[in-house]
Design a protein around this ligand. Structure first.
Ligand SMILES: *Cc1c(COP(=O)(O)O)cnc(C)c1O
Length: 376
């Protein structure tokens, strides 16, 4: 392939459809501060993708996590996973909370719910699981543990947008779910995010935290930062929302083609979360992670990553290194205490997936994986 194939490529709506919303901005002259497009996008998103749950748009996903932590008044220790993007743990550390790392399941690479309880101390105030790659966490078990120990649950659902479990939005679990609308995500607003909560009375608290604590012109009872989504971001969201089903369907076809191809390549395994569950999962095909089994494939994950580059294919080592091995955390943590996460981080590779990736490109990437395997 002459053109490099990157792991992700942002979806861009037809320009005239974005222009339609830009015209509205020029008409009103309102650029931010929860203007008309922000309001319309917030309500449309909630109605179409979150079962009408209370939704607060934010300038990015990370700050949605931070305002959720603040709005729920969390402190002390929070149990989370080391197999995630740094934003998850930074949202805690930046709020003077100590992340406590729980190991993951080999099956779906999410927090192992059976290992949570042994990590609870008198300092624990909550759990922050991540629906990694859109693989749904064991939401029922986590809810039962949270209830039993009176803990709050914030889901990092950055990867899980558009998903449902038995017809219910994935945002309907835990106290708050955070979604990221970064350009590299399945659905985006250039940068952006949302915090979705089950308890309606939490929304004004989240809203206050994203806008300096301002309730009205003369009332400020909360010390809040600034995390507002602007009108241009909302315009992008409104332009892309009508394409959501189409985007997921195209990704589904790509994922199925990968699976077909990979069935012929020993030592490269993939995940099928929508087939493995006893529930009816509407999966979003946000990522295509594979596990490289060196003993069978004959090459290490790092070798595969490098050799794919020589074929002009840019995969990503998501999530490597583990959070507990990063320079800013490794003095406080020992990643050997989460052995499954540690082992997974050295074997995982995310292959390119985005709606405009063609079936020919998928076949090319898998052909490269076959060639690389033969060269052992
Ligand atoms: C992308 C991402 C975030 C952060 O979202 P931004 O919108 O980039 O701030 C947090 N957690 C996970 C797991 C992510 O993938």
């Amino acid at each position: 392939m002459k053109e490099p194939i990157y792991v992700a490529k942002p979806f861009l709506p037809p320009k005239n459809e974005y222009n339609h919303w830009l015209d509205k901005i020029w008409e009103t002259g309102i650029l931010t501060n929860q203007g008309p497009l922000h309001q319309l996008f917030e309500s449309s998103l909630s109605a179409q993708t979150f079962n009408g749950l209370a939704t607060t748009l934010t300038v990015n996903g990370h700050l949605a996590l931070e305002i959720a932590v603040k709005a729920l008044g969390l402190s002390g220790e929070i149990i989370t996973t080391p197999f995630t993007f740094v934003s998850t743990t930074h949202s805690l550390t930046l709020n003077n909370i100590t992340p406590i790392f729980c190991d993951i399941n080999e099956k779906d690479l999410n927090l192992d719910a059976d290992k949570i309880e042994s990590l609870i101390t008198d300092k624990t105030t909550g759990i922050m699981p991540v629906h990694v790659y859109g693989h749904p966490c064991d939401v029922e078990k986590i809810e039962a543990i949270a209830k039993k120990h009176d803990l709050k649950v914030i889901y990092d659902a950055a990867h899980a947008f558009g998903m449902t479990i038995d017809g219910k939005s994935i945002a309907g679990f835990g106290d708050v779910s955070m979604f990221s609308f970064h350009a590299t995500k399945l659905f985006h607003t250039i940068e952006g995010g949302a915090a979705v909560c089950q308890d309606k009375s939490l929304k004004p608290v989240l809203d206050a935290h994203k806008n300096f604590g301002i309730e009205d012109e003369e009332t400020v009872n909360t010390i809040g930062g600034n995390a507002k989504m602007n009108e241009f971001q909302a315009a992008m969201g409104l332009s892309i929302l009508p394409y959501l089903d189409d985007i997921i369907e195209k990704r589904r076809k790509i994922a199925l083609r990968y699976r077909e191809n990979l069935d012929e390549i020993d030592g490269v395994s993939y995940f099928t979360p929508e087939l493995d569950s006893d529930k009816n999962i509407k999966y979003n095909y946000a990522y295509f992670p594979v596990i490289i089994d060196t003993a069978v494939y004959g090459k290490t994950r790092d070798e595969v990553y490098d050799k794919l580059k020589a074929h002009n294919v840019y995969s990503r080592k998501y999530f490597y290194p583990l959070i507990s091995d990063l320079g800013c955390y490794n003095r406080r943590y020992n990643s050997k205490e989460t052995p499954i996460a540690k082992k997974t981080a050295s074997r995982i590779l995310c292959l390119p997936i985005y709606e405009s990736l063609t079936i020919e490109q998928v076949d090319y990437i898998c052909g490269a994986l076959k060639t690389i395997r033969k060269g052992r």
